[in-house]
Design a protein. Structure first.
Length: 556
């Protein structure tokens, strides 16, 4: 039988991108192949996000579009992975009968058997006994959506740990030579229960991976040519592993539940005991895997960010000067209603402290910070909003994600706090903040003109890709690629050489990133550009506009 072709599309956050990559690796090793065109696929998978309404709407519309393909090709298997599968359960299947497989984030290790089961059943559906087949498809699908409801977090953690540990990049990785960055998960889930957020319900309680597993995974990725690692966690700076209470199953140390701690600005109170703190983990990764040229982490929780972490970032040259620290609002009243656990004053204290330790433009290492803001949370007054404007001005983010509040089913706010701010007010506040942030981003970019930075080169810029008339798409890991024309159904060539073959002219605009995560555009000679991705080169900044810097390479 020819290899089954899978179309996998990812919505939402970096955690989902990593999950998709692990799923892609797993399926590739089992003989599946990937296509960038859903119409060519035997298996269509959507890895979904429930954090924003917009991302969910896109999934509903994709599923709606599949109705026609599925009636033409009834053997096609459609799977919904991630947060929507976990949260909506059978409701989703009732509303969208095209769905054959559902698999929550804590059950992804079971996905190959769920797909296999569904593929077999679909095939028998078009041949033998349709009624029995439909029953079997639904039973198989529902197995994949039970993680939180079954309450077996420890068990889910164990099996997911195996999934993380089994990740493969090369030689079967479909990403090819563009691939120089990778995500590595250090914690899963969240214990914070912000009232607007569905993550603690869909991804479960916070658990922390053993440091030895993380270091081994980073080493393996580095050995395969990965130059930049981003450590992932919903509240990444809460990482801590207490070795004394570690459980060992079949000779493998298991992840452990996150313990609540309020570090404030202090060092982790368990530092120096038989514990790997977040600061320890960063230091160990920096020292033990020197071939990783850049190490980042997202997303940071503004409280409990100890001075020990800032000192390690300051003292380890390959740790990036970039922090993503959502504030959400500048009003203490709103922060309380959101259950964020800090005040606007505490947030600003952290930003000042981080800049005190890490902002060093004189050595070409300015600290760049990005944030998230929600406008129009229930009962937000003009006074509350004015405090958010103040916080935005004070924080001087390089960039900020600004969202209009929309109640998410399954959250505390959805059930208990009426959504009383009219959409027109939300829109007005959203636009006002966007205008302020655009100005600040532009100012921050202009401040970099004349500076020299080490940049890690990624590949042709999105602007170059669009201008060349090619279609931008995503490889299974979420790495941005360009594939011209319609897929032939053959294995696609995701390599940088194949990509550059599609450009005309002597130069092509490339992009790279500073260690503060600012994007730098520069012209690269087309003939030699294929050697650039993943390299760190020195660039002088000649212009800065909006979120982008423009410059030239100045080393040979
Ligand atoms: S910290 Fe709050 S917003 Fe972030 S994942 Fe946890 S509950 Fe959601």
């Amino acid at each position: 039988m020819p290899a089954r072709r899978v179309y996998l599309e990812t919505f939402g956050c970096q955690m989902n991108e990593l999950d998709s990559e692990l799923v892609a690796g797993q399926l590739t090793s089992l003989g599946y192949r990937f296509t960038s065109n859903a119409d060519d696929a035997d298996v269509v998978l959507y890895n979904t996000c429930s954090v924003r309404e917009q991302a969910e709407q896109k999934v509903w519309s994709r599923l709606g579009e599949l109705r026609k393909s599925k009636s033409d090709k009834p053997e096609m298997v459609v799977g919904v992975l991630g947060c929507m599968a976990e949260r909506d359960g059978t409701d989703l299947m009732d509303r969208m009968p095209v769905v054959d497989v559902m698999c929550g984030p804590a059950e992804l290790d079971k996905l190959p058997s769920l797909i296999d089961n569904a593929v077999r059943t679909r095939l028998s559906l078009v041949t033998d006994d349709p009624k029995a087949a439909i029953k079997s498809v639904k039973a198989a699908a529902l197995q994949g959506s039970s993680s939180r409801r079954s309450g077996t977090l420890a068990a889910a953690g164990d099996s997911l740990e195996y999934l993380d540990l089994s990740r493969s990049v090369s030689p079967i990785d479909p990403i090819g030579s563009l691939r120089k960055s990778a995500y590595v998960r250090i914690t899963r889930g969240c214990n914070k229960f912000c009232t607007y957020c569905v993550v603690p319900f869909t991804r479960g309680a916070e658990i922390h991976r053993p440091p030895a597993h993380i270091i081994e995974e980073v080493q393996r990725l580095a050995d395969q040519g990965i130059a930049e690692i981003t450590l992932l966690g919903q509240t990444v700076n809460h990482y801590r592993f207490e070795h004394g209470s570690a459980k060992i199953t079949n000779g493998i140390t298991q992840p452990q539940k996150g313990q609540a701690f309020k570090g404030g600005h202090r060092r982790d109170p368990l530092a120096g005991t038989n514990t790997t703190t977040f600061a320890d983990l960063l230091y160990q990764l920096h020292e033990k895997v020197p071939s990783v040229q850049r190490l980042r982490f997202v997303t940071s929780y503004p409280r409990d960010f100890g001075d020990d972490v800032l000192e390690v970032i300051r003292d380890c040259p390959r740790l990036c000067r970039y922090l993503h620290v959502p504030a959400q609002t500048g009003s203490d009243r709103m922060l309380k209603k959101m259950n964020r656990g800090y005040t606007a004053g505490e947030y600003s204290e952290f930003i000042d402290r981080a800049r005190h330790y890490l902002h060093q433009p004189e050595i070409g290492r300015p600290l760049m910070i990005s944030g998230d803001i929600i406008v129009g949370f229930p009962t937000e007054t003009d006074e509350d909003f004015a405090l958010t404007v103040e916080l935005l001005e004070r924080s001087r983010y390089k960039s900020c994600f600004i969202f209009k509040y929309s109640p998410r089913p399954g959250t505390v706010a959805y059930d208990k706090i009426p959504d009383d701010i009219p959409n027109s007010v939300k829109r007005e506040r959203n636009n006002a903040l966007l205008a302020i942030q655009n100005r600040i981003s532009d100012e921050v970019s202009k401040e970099q003109i004349g500076c020299e930075f080490d940049i890690m080169i990624e590949g042709p810029s999105q602007h170059a890709i669009k201008a060349s008339g090619h279609r931008a798409t995503k490889a299974p890991s979420g790495v941005q690629l360009t594939i011209g024309g319609k897929s032939t159904g053959e294995a696609e060539d995701f390599s940088i050489t194949a990509l550059l073959d599609r450009f005309e002219g002597d130069t092509v605009q490339f992009s790279g990133r500073t260690d503060g995560d600012q994007i730098v555009m520069f012209d690269a000679p087309t003939a030699t550009a294929s050697t650039l991705p993943g390299r760190i080169r020195r660039a002088r900044i000649t212009d800065g506009r909006g979120l982008s810097l423009f410059g030239e390479l100045i080393d040979s």
